[in-house]
Design a protein. Structure first.
Length: 534
C-alpha cells in the first residue's frame, strides 16, 4: 500500500476500517504496508472482495478508500471419482462393460480422462481395461474360483494438471450354470435278474454342477431301455432295471452279453438340465423251452407217428429233442429219435386218451407237454364215412384285430358243407401258454378273455365278423358277457389269440366236426396277433 501526501516527509500507516466498501474486511489483514489474505480464496466460490483501507500520516491526517480485490481463476484438481456400477456377472466375455466413471471437480469446464495407475489398491489392475470413461474386463471371471472381489486403482486427470486417484472394488456375481450328466457304466445283471441300484450308487452320483450348493435331481428318463427292459428312475437317482420282459434280452444264449442303455435328464436347482446315458451289461442265461400241448387222431387199431416238437418253442432258438415220454392209459407210447413219438392204441379201443412228453434244449432247460388222442372217431360219425370225409365244414380265423376299444375276429367256413350247429369263439389276452387245441378256453391259459356264442349257420365260403366294442351303444352280437372278462384295457404289443369252435365238453373236437379233424391234418382253428393302439 502507498499513499499520496503533499507533506513529503510524512510516514504513513494503514488499517482496515469500517464503512462503505468494507464488506469483506474480515477476510484480510494489513501488516505494515501489505494487504494479506486471512482465508484461502476460491474463484469458484467468490471471485471478488471489497475492503475499506485507511491511511494515517501520523500527524492527525487520515484518508480512507474502498478497494475491490479480484480473485484470479486457478486450476483445481478433481476431488472424487465415482462409477455407476461395480458388479460383473461371471463368464462374461473379455471386453464386457462393467460401468462408467465420473468425476467431481470444482472446475466445471474441465474434461476428464481415466487410467489405471500403480499404487495402493492396484492388485487387480491387470484384469481390467479403461476405454474413455468405460471400465471393461480384460479376463473372463469365474464366481466358483475365488476371490469374487477385485481391487483396482483409478486416476482421473482434468487436462489442466489436476489429478485424483481412488481405489475401487469390483465384485463378480454368480450366474447359474448347467449341470453335467456324466455317463454311467459298471452295473451288470443277467437276463432273468432285475437290477436295483440305490441312490448312493445311482445315476446322478457322478454328475456335477459348477454352482456350489445346487441340488441335482432326475427330471425324466426312458421308460424302456434300448433293448426293451423296463426302467424306473427316482428323483434321487436310484433306479430299477428289469430285463425279464424284453424279448431281445431273453433271447440271449449262455455266454452272450449285450450293452443295453437308457437315457435320463438331470436338473439343477435353477432349472437347467443335461442328459446322460446309463449302460447295463446284460449276460445271457438259458431259458426253459415251452412244450405246447398237441392233439392227434387215429383210427382204431392204427399206430400214429406224432411230431410233438412242431409247435414247441425255445427263447434262444436252441435245438429241441424229446427226452422222455409217459405211457397212455389206453395205448403205448414210444419215443423215436427224430423228435417224434409213436402212439399205438390198445386193440379195439375207441375214445380219448392222453400222455405226456418231456423236451430238452440241450442246455439244461426242460419242459413237459401233453398229447391228447382221439381214437376211432371214424366209426362214430357214420354219415361222414359214406361221404368219404369230403362233406364237412372247416372253420378258421382269417383275421384278428385288437385294441383297447375294439376287438374284431373274422371267421370263415373254408369247408364244403355248411355248419349245422352253433359254436363258441374264444379271444385270449396274453395267454401263457398259448392255446393249441380244442377244449382249451381262455380261462385255462389267461386272466382275461372274451367269448362269443354263434348261433347262425355259415355256408361254405361265408364269413362272419364278430366284434366287441367298449362303446355302450355297440350291439356286440353273439357276445357272451357271462363267459367273458375284459376291462377294455389292452396295452399295444400284447399277444392276443382267437380260437373258433373252441370248446364242447362232450367231444374232443369242439361243437363241429371239421375237415382237418377228419383227415388228421394240422389244427387250424387258432390265430395269433399283436394288440395295436386305438
Amino acid at each position: 500500500l502507498t499513499s499520496v501526501d503533499q507533506d513529503s516527509g510524512d510516514t504513513h500507516s494503514y488499517t482496515l476500517v469500517a464503512g462503505s466498501g468494507g464488506t469483506d474486511n474480515a477476510s484480510f489483514d494489513v501488516i505494515g504496508d501489505e494487504l494479506r489474505t486471512k482465508i484461502t480464496l476460491d474463484f469458484e466460490t467468490k471471485s471478488s472482495y471489497s475492503v475499506r483501507i485507511q491511511t494515517d500520516d501520523s500527524n492527525g491526517g487520515t484518508y480512507a478508500k474502498q478497494f475491490t480485490i479480484t480473485v484470479g481463476d486457478a486450476n483445481d484438481a478433481p476431488t472424487n471419482i465415482t462409477i455407476d456400477n461395480n458388479e460383473i456377472a461371471e463368464n462374461e466375455t473379455i471386453g464386457s462393460l462393467v460401468g462408467y466413471f465420473d468425476s467431481e471437480d470444482t472446475d466445471s469446464g474441465d474434461t476428464h480422462s481415466y487410467s489405471l495407475v500403480s499404487g495402493a489398491g492396484d492388485t487387480d489392475n491387470g484384469k481390467f481395461l479403461i476405454g474413455g470413461s468405460a471400465l471393461q474386463t480384460a479376463v473372463s471371471f469365474n464366481y466358483e474360483a475365488p476371490p469374487t472381489g477385485f481391487s483396482i486403482r483409478v486416476q482421473c486427470d482434468d487436462g489442466n494438471g489436476g489429478t485424483f486417484a481412488k481405489v475401487f472394488t469390483i465384485n463378480v456375481t454368480n450366474v447359474n450354470e448347467k449341470p453335467t450328466a456324466v455317463a454311467d457304466s459298471g452295473d451288470s445283471t443277467d437276463e432273468d435278474t432285475p437290477l436295483i441300484v440305490n441312490a448312493a450308487s445311482g445315476v446322478i452320483t457322478n454328475d456335477t454342477d459348477p454352482d456350489a450348493g445346487d441340488t441335482l435331481t432326475v427330471l425324466s428318463h426312458d421308460a424302456a431301455s434300448s433293448s426293451g427292459a423296463v426302467v424306473s428312475v427316482a428323483a434321487d437317482g436310484s433306479f430299477s432295471y428289469d430285463p425279464t420282459a424284453s424279448v431281445t434280452l431273453q433271447a440271449l444264449k449262455v455266454g452272450d452279453s449285450v450293452n443295453d442303455t437308457f437315457d435320463y435328464v438331470v436338473q439343477d436347482s435353477g432349472g437347467l438340465t443335461d442328459s446322460g446315458t446309463v449302460t447295463i451289461v446284460v449276460s445271457g442265461v438259458n431259458d426253459d423251452p415251452s412244450a405246447n400241448s398237441d392233439s392227434a387222431f387215429t383210427p382204431v387199431n392204427t399206430p400214429i407217428v406224432i411230431s410233438v416238437l412242431t409247435n414247441d418253442t425255445d427263447p434262444e432258438n436252441d435245438s429241441l429233442s424229446v427226452s422222455a415220454v409217459t405211457q397212455a392209459a389206453n395205448g403205448t407210447v414210444v419215443k423215436n429219435g427224430n423228435g417224434t413219438v409213436t402212439y399205438t392204441p390198445d386193440a379195439g379201443y375207441r375214445g380219448s386218451d392222453s400222455f405226456t412228453y418231456s423236451i430238452s434244449d440241450g442246455q439244461g432247460g426242460t419242459d413237459t407237454g401233453t398229447v391228447t388222442m382221439s381214437v376211432g372217431l371214424t366209426k362214430v360219425y357214420i354219415p361222414l364215412l359214406f361221404n368219404n370225409y369230403q362233406a364237412a365244414p372247416d372253420l378258421v380265423v382269417t383275421e384278428l384285430n385288437a385294441s383297447s376299444n375294439v376287438i374284431e375276429v373274422v371267421v370263415t367256413n373254408q369247408g364244403n358243407q355248411a355248419t349245422n350247429s352253433g359254436f363258441w369263439v374264444d379271444f385270449y389276452v396274453n395267454p401263457d401258454p398259448v392255446p393249441t387245441h380244442e377244449n382249451q378256453t381262455w380261462t385255462d391259459v389267461a386272466d382275461k378273455g372274451i367269448v362269443w356264442g354263434v348261433t347262425v349257420g355259415l355256408a361254405p365260403g361265408e364269413t362272419l365278423t364278430l366284434t366287441y366294442s367298449t362303446d355302450p351303444a355297440a350291439p356286440n352280437l353273439y357276445y357272451s358277457a357271462a363267459n367273458s372278462n375284459y376291462s377294455g384295457n389292452l396295452v399295444p404289443g400284447t399277444a392276443v389269440y382267437a380260437q373258433v369252435d373252441s370248446v364242447h365238453l362232450g367231444t374232443s373236437y369242439g361243437g363241429i366236426l371239421e375237415l382237418h379233424e377228419i383227415y388228421g391234418t394240422p389244427y387250424n382253428n387258432i390265430k395269433g396277433a399283436t394288440a395295436s393302439a386305438n
